[in-house]
Design a protein around this ligand. Structure first.
Ligand code: PPS
Length: 573
């Protein structure tokens, strides 16, 4: 099949006709099912709609080996990225070669069937070395390969039944054929694609517009909304930002479409892949910049790829990719002339002031609520970013007290809650040990397994509160360090986690024995009692350690408030 040069003519899809799909769907209900992971759903969508043309399904073993070794399918065609269906050993063992399986989304909807022609256990270290350049888990895709992907790969042709369902930004998503049809309809013959996973600021708007102008082409902003680098700005926020930027281009020169790609951050190979995907979407040019799709630093603190490796590899395969590369001009702001200019075209560098704000500096300013100047970004973009990333003093957070029974956790937690409510601004929820045991964990006892379950439930509720901008105060015993660490990780995805160790000694708790439990524990009437007949891992590096003996409750709670102020979580009283 010789592909018509973009954007003319349709690209082959893997979908069957509507009638056949209805029939196939009923038959497929009987088949062994594989529930696709979020990444596999992204891959399947682009396989089915022609975005990954010439692939006809998940790679066979021969294709996989060719792709890993020298970026070629078994028939010699260029393809840089292994698109594999990874499954568990148990699932793979139960499959016979030649068998059809149903591919379902996470809700159980059958999206496609696949005839399993190949099954093999890949050498993941080799795949990492060859495809990503190093078997180093600091690389997000290598980390995924070793820790998330199943042990066995299945390969075979895919028959598409229906597209994966999206409820967000439906009107902004286009298949390759929809984009091709659009370009034909509006008469665009040359189209420069801009691949992005970040919000666009003024420099991006300038460079993309210039790139299109220089190529005498129209511009397609083609952001990835499938999976990007962990820690990126979420796609909901980004799309709102892109929509604002879209208004800044002269009318009818520029369009935007969302691409449900799962990126691998594979630098040079990723650039070639992005080129093929854009060709399939009917584009004639793609902007490739310095460190395109770079994964950040490796475990030695060095870059994975050279800054121009992506451009070099792209250039070496330009003919086969079938679209042209447009160099990404590094744009800087020249204060005296109040405009952006390509850095390499400024001849009077020593006479002018060049301004720049790095990504790190931008994140710092957002976190601290500091000014982001108009020369750097558009006010609408900054407003959107601030909504998603409010300054720390407006974000949610969790205060997690831990200590022995009777150490004073509940009393101090209550006092803290009153002080925070007096200040106002954010809703406060107290998840006290006893309260949780009554409402959330009433069926649980005090074995390690049950205590862990109890703490994970508290952590889950606290993370939801934190995510939604509230303050969660937790006050369980939480005796196990590993469980506390797991809860910290859950919460830190959304806001700060402030661990407070109430360091009252077991002797003092037993002396106070406010509930009479220590007496019962000593008498053996309560089993597995923390500190008496059950372990307690003392926190090694809590954000705060409180000695309660000789300090009153009010002062203890005040020390927590001071800590929160110091961490920037509440603005100065
Ligand atoms: S844990 O380990 O974090 O799940 O414990 P937690 O949910 O905080 O519950 C502790 C409260 O339950 C009472 N209690 C016991 N504590 C420790 N060990 C045993 N075996 C036990 N049996 C009952 C005790 O009153 C704890 O309340 P606090 O508020 O900590 O004094």
């Amino acid at each position: 099949y010789k592909l018509d040069y973009p954007p003319y003519g349709p690209i082959p899809e893997l979908y069957v006709s509507y009638e056949s799909a209805q029939k196939l769907k009923v038959e497929a209900a009987e088949l062994t099912s594989h529930t696709l992971t979020p990444r596999q759903i992204c891959d399947l969508e682009l396989l089915m709609n022609g975005g990954f043309y010439p692939l006809k399904g998940f790679l066979s073993e021969a294709d996989y080996n060719g792709v890993v070794d020298d970026m070629r399918l078994a028939d010699g065609r260029l393809w840089p990225m292994p698109i594999t269906l990874d499954v568990s050993e148990g699932f793979a063992d139960a499959i016979e070669l030649g068998q059809d399986i149903a591919l379902r989304d996470q809700e159980g909807v059958i999206l496609a069937t696949m005839t399993v022609t190949d099954r093999w256990t890949p050498d993941k270290a080799r795949e990492a070395e060859k495809v990503f350049g190093a078997d180093d888990q600091a690389h997000p895709a290598v980390n995924y390969l070793h820790h998330e992907a199943g042990k066995v790969y299945l390969g075979g042709p895919v028959t598409g039944i229906q597209t994966p369902v999206h409820y967000d930004f439906k009107a902004r998503r286009d298949t390759p054929n929809e984009l091709r049809a659009f370009f034909r309809k509006v008469g665009w013959r040359k189209i420069v694609a801009f691949q992005t996973r970040n919000p666009l600021h003024r420099a991006h708007q300038e460079l993309t517009f210039r790139a299109a102008k220089e190529a005498e082409a129209n511009l397609l902003i083609h952001p990835v909304v499938g999976m990007t680098k962990p820690g990126d700005v979420d796609h909901f926020t980004r799309v709102r930002c892109y929509e604002a930027v879209l208004d800044k281009y002269p009318a009818s020169t520029t369009s935007m479409s969302l691409l449900n790609l799962a990126m691998r951050m594979a630098g040079p190979r990723e650039a070639v892949w992005h080129g093929l995907i854009r060709r399939n979407h009917g584009c004639t040019h793609i902007i490739i910049g310095r460190d395109h799709a770079g994964p950040g630093k490796n475990s030695q603190g060095d870059d994975f790829y050279g800054p121009y490796d992506a451009q070099d590899l792209f250039n070496a395969h330009k003919e086969e990719i079938g679209i042209e590369m447009v160099d990404f001009k590094h744009m800087v702001y020249v204060q005296e002339r109040a405009q952006y200019e390509p850095a390499d075209e400024i001849t009077d560098k020593d006479k002018v002031t060049i301004l720049n704000i790095s990504g790190t500096e931008l994140r710092r300013r957002l976190a601290e609520g500091l000014e982001i100047p108009e020369w750097f970004s558009f006010p609408e973009v900054v407003t959107e970013l601030r909504k998603t990333k409010p300054p720390r003093a407006k974000q949610g957070f969790t205060v997690f007290f831990t200590g022995f029974s009777g150490s004073g956790k509940s009393t101090i937690a209550n006092a803290l809650m009153m002080k925070l409510m007096e200040m106002g601004g954010r809703p406060v929820t107290l998840l006290d040990g006893d309260l949780v045991r009554k409402n959330l964990s009433s069926e649980l006892g005090f074995s390690k397994e049950h205590r862990d379950l109890n703490i994970r439930r508290i952590g889950y509720v606290a993370s939801e509160i934190t995510k939604n901008g509230g303050i969660a105060i937790c006050a369980p015993i939480a005796p196990y360090a590993t469980t506390r660490r797991a809860v910290r990780e859950d919460i830190e995805a959304f806001g700060a986690f402030v661990e407070v160790h109430i360091a009252t000694t077991i002797e003092e708790c037993e002396r106070r024995d406010r509930k009479g439990l220590y007496k019962l524990a000593r008498a053996g009437k309560i089993k597995e009692f923390t500190g008496i007949s059950d372990p307690y891992d003392v926190p090694q590096t809590p954000e705060l350690r409180l000695e309660t003996e000789g300090t009153d409750v009010d002062n203890c709670a005040h020390q927590v408030v001071l800590k929160l102020e110091q961490m920037g979580l509440i603005s100065g009283a």
